[in-house]
Design a protein around this ligand. Structure first.
Ligand SMILES: NC(=O)c1ccc[n+]([C@@H]2O[C@H](COP(=O)([O-])OP(=O)(O)OC[C@H]3O[C@@H](n4cnc5c(N)ncnc54)[C@H](OP(=O)(O)O)[C@@H]3O)[C@@H](O)[C@H]2O)c1
Length: 264
């Protein structure tokens, strides 16, 4: 699907980082954009920084509140009439060892990254089925393809998204609903600052690897290109992408590397 002045794109986690960059990029291409996250003030700033703010609509939402997603979808449709593309981007990472991590941190990982994401998707699905058209792009991570230390809950939630959205792609192929799984590596955003530590508090530290990642703008351009090209799955980042191929062809070697390499 071409993203242009006729397209409506809804983006979660659009108050910063990759989601903010996707909103600006889609709006620059002429699209009407709905931007969602919890922080209204940050969303207002993103709106004003867009090329055409009159085509940017704000809907605040908290992905933890899955039961509110049907009313958020109704609100979105009442504002803009139709939705063509949903970019499921909102999410939180983790930096803590399994032995230290409160169980509630695992619940947060799954509530935000997995249940919230599938709740908004399921709430929008009848609209896509009715239109016999729609595209869901879900931002997972390379951590949805393999795992590394200190991210056990994050990796689990991102792997779960692959399971769900691969099923959805197959179930709704004949409804002309496309599904793209986007797996970024290191992207320089607030992700490591906001990552939950063992007791659920944010790490408030920029990881060296995150600081050296690709820009959110570059990542957003690749995400929109993958949507336009109807890609099933796309890997975005630097040389860390090579780990996907190691996992497939030499998993024993990848297991050895993730044991030793410091990814924070
Ligand atoms: N940066 C990377 O290296 C990297 C790599 C792989 C995958 N990713 C994925 O990319 C996505 C975007 O992350 P980012 O790097 O752009 O980090 P970020 O700058 O921390 O952005 C995270 C976004 O998610 C939103 N969010 C967090 N909790 C939420 C909740 N409960 N309800 C609604 N929105 C919520 C935040 O908005 P509010 O705080 O305003 O709610 C924010 O807009 C995430 O899914 C992340 O897992 C990032």
């Amino acid at each position: 699907m071409k993203i242009n002045e006729d397209t409506v794109v809804w983006i979660t986690g659009a108050s910063s980082g990759i989601g903010e960059a996707c909103a600006k990029e889609a709006n620059k291409k002429g699209a009407t954009v709905i931007i969602s996250a919890r922080r209204l003030e940050a969303l207002e700033k993103v709106k004003q920084a867009c090329t055409n703010p009159s085509k940017v609509h704000i809907i605040t939402l908290d992905l933890v509140k899955s039961d509110e997603m049907p009313s958020k979808v109704a609100e979105a449709l009442s504002k803009v009439g139709k939705i063509d593309v949903l970019i499921n981007n909102g999410g939180v990472s983790q930096r803590s060892l399994i032995k230290d991590t409160d169980f509630e941190v695992y619940r947060s990982m799954m509530e935000i990254n997995f249940f919230g994401t599938i709740a908004i998707t399921k709430a929008l699905l009848p609209h896509f089925i009715k239109n016999q058209s729609g595209h869901v792009a879900t931002i997972t991570s390379l951590m949805g393809m393999f795992s590394s230390p200190k991210r056990s809950g994050y990796c689990a939630s991102k792997h779960a998204l692959h399971g769900f959205f691969d099923s959805m792609r197959a179930e709704h192929h004949d409804d002309n609903i496309k599904v793209t799984l986007v797996c970024p590596g290191y992207v320089t955003t607030e992700i490591s600052m906001n990552a939950l530590t063992a007791d659920g508090s944010p790490q408030q530290k920029m990881d060296r690897t995150t600081a050296r990642g690709i820009s959110a703008e570059k990542c957003a351009q690749k995400i929109l290109k993958a949507i336009e090209r109807n890609k099933d799955e796309v890997y975005i980042g630097g040389k860390e992408i090579g780990a996907i191929y190691l996992k497939r062809f030499a998993p024993w070697l990848l297991n050895k590397i993730v044991r030793k390499v410091n990814t924070t």
